[in-house]
Ligand binder design. Structure first.
Ligand code: T4K
Length: 387
């Protein structure tokens, strides 16, 4: 039966979902295969430090990303941090503000200056025209984010990078299993930092990796992730402990075996969202990366009559934990807000997106029936404002 405004949980009705629906509920894959692998790890008594599971995981990820070298690490943040160090970045780095804080934090952590750049309204990725305006003689790199798995305008960014002798690094945390014109998104640039966090399409509980075509860069990354060790008792520079554990890699390998199932679930859910939200005024479903791991809508209050934030309240009351990624933008968070008080003026698209973007649940824990129920809540909320 069609919901009426009075039926909404925010108005006193029962919540649509007895169990909370989350954005980023992990895909689990074949439990038996995972437990088999975990048992083999215990039998071998080899738990971490470049073990055979990690090496197998690196080979599989390299094949999926279409690159010769993949260095697995303990999370996506460390993948970015090691890549910044291995590429020898200095001074200023151009980066979007509309991203997870880790992207900016790794720059800050290295003593680099994040120069926040606006994004394209259609793709939510770096706008190359705005990048060009921000280049200075202190710029050493462009750090683009393939947000929602959607590739940046790599061709134009690469032209700028070559022309100005800059490194071109990508935060590909969302982009595993995404393609652009048939090419894996994670194969682009000097290096791409992936995340295999629990919430990602393929997970290693916590995990990350750097994908690159550059053998020398990969060798530096391997030393950086292992306390600078270049041989059994030879350290040839500063390093950290950023190693991936065997049990994480076992989860990753198991996850990869079910990737097609995960992709199918995402694509089915995305198509269901597209059909249920079709024609709803002021609600735009964003064309995310080909893995469809993210379902992102923009809520235009002027047209829909409802603010994104009120819609979030309505959904949370129904036990749908929609998320306001990446509100309010890095430039409005510490320590950047105080340091760059004028940044908002040059980030109009970021400012709008931070107020309008809503991320909805998908993945194998969400069924097309759930999507229908979520969309009927959105529809009732919007249609009430249209009357
Ligand atoms: N760059 C970008 C563009 C990123 O988006 C990220 C991370 C990174 C870099 C850094 O990569 P990592 O160092 O994290 O590998 C979550 C994830 O923790 C984070 O990995 C991810 N991006 C970000 C977009 O989402 P939060 O703060 O929203 O996490 P949390 O705990 O609120 O979880 C998200 C949802 O998932 C919740 O609704 C609960 C659900 N969930 C979560 C976990 C961990 C589960 O159902 N089960 C779980 O085990 O950041």
């Amino acid at each position: 039966m069609k919901k009426r405004p009075a039926d909404l949980a925010i108005n006193g009705g029962p919540p649509a979902f007895a169990e909370t629906l989350h954005v980023g509920r992990p895909n689990i894959g074949d439990r038996a295969r995972f437990l088999e692998r975990a048992a083999a790890i215990l039998d071998r008594r080899w738990l971490t430090n470049d073990g055979e599971m990690v090496r197998a995981f690196e080979r599989e990820v390299a094949a999926a990303c279409g690159v010769p070298h993949v260095v697995a690490v303990c999370n996506g943040t460390m993948a970015l941090a090691l890549a910044c160090r291995a590429l020898g970045l200095t001074g200023e780095v151009i980066v979007p503000s509309f991203t997870f804080p880790a992207t900016a934090h790794v720059l800050e952590w290295h003593g680099l200056v994040p120069v926040f750049c606006d994004v394209d309204p259609a793709t939510h990725t770096l706008d190359p025209d705005r990048v060009e305006e921000l280049l200075s003689d202190r710029t050493s790199a462009i750090l683009g984010v393939h947000l929602w798995g959607r590739a940046c305008d790599v061709e134009r960014l690469a032209r700028l990078a070559v022309g100005h002798r800059l490194a071109l690094l990508f935060d590909a945390a969302h982009a595993f299993a995404c393609h652009t014109d048939g090419v894996p998104v994670a194969s682009l640039g000097d290096a791409a930092a992936l995340s295999f966090h629990a919430t990602k399409i393929v997970n290693t509980f916590e995990g990350g990796a750097i994908a690159t075509h550059d053998a020398a860069l990969a060798a530096r990354l391997r030393r950086l992730r292992n306390s600078g060790f270049a041989g059994i008792d030879r350290v040839d520079g500063v390093g950290l402990n950023a190693k991936m554990t065997e049990v994480s890699a076992a989860m990753g390998l198991t996850s990869l075996e079910s990737l097609e199932v995960f992709l199918e679930a995402n694509r089915t859910n995305y198509a269901a969202y597209a059909s249920h939200l079709d024609g709803l005024p002021g609600i735009r479903l964003v064309d995310t990366g080909t893995s469809r791991a993210y379902v992102v809508v923009e809520v235009n209050q002027e047209v829909s009559g409802i603010s994104r934030d009120h819609l979030v309240e309505i959904l949370w009351a129904e036990n749908v934990r929609a998320r306001r990624y990446f509100h309010p933008g890095c430039h409005r968070q510490a320590p950047y807000a105080e340091r760059y008080p004028d940044a908002a003026a040059r980030l109009p698209v970021t400012e709008r997106l931070a107020e309008q973007v809503l991320v909805l649940p998908t993945g194998t824990a969400v069924t097309p029936g759930d999507v229908g129920a979520i969309c009927s809540i959105v529809r009732v909320a919007v249609e009430e404002r249209q009357r």
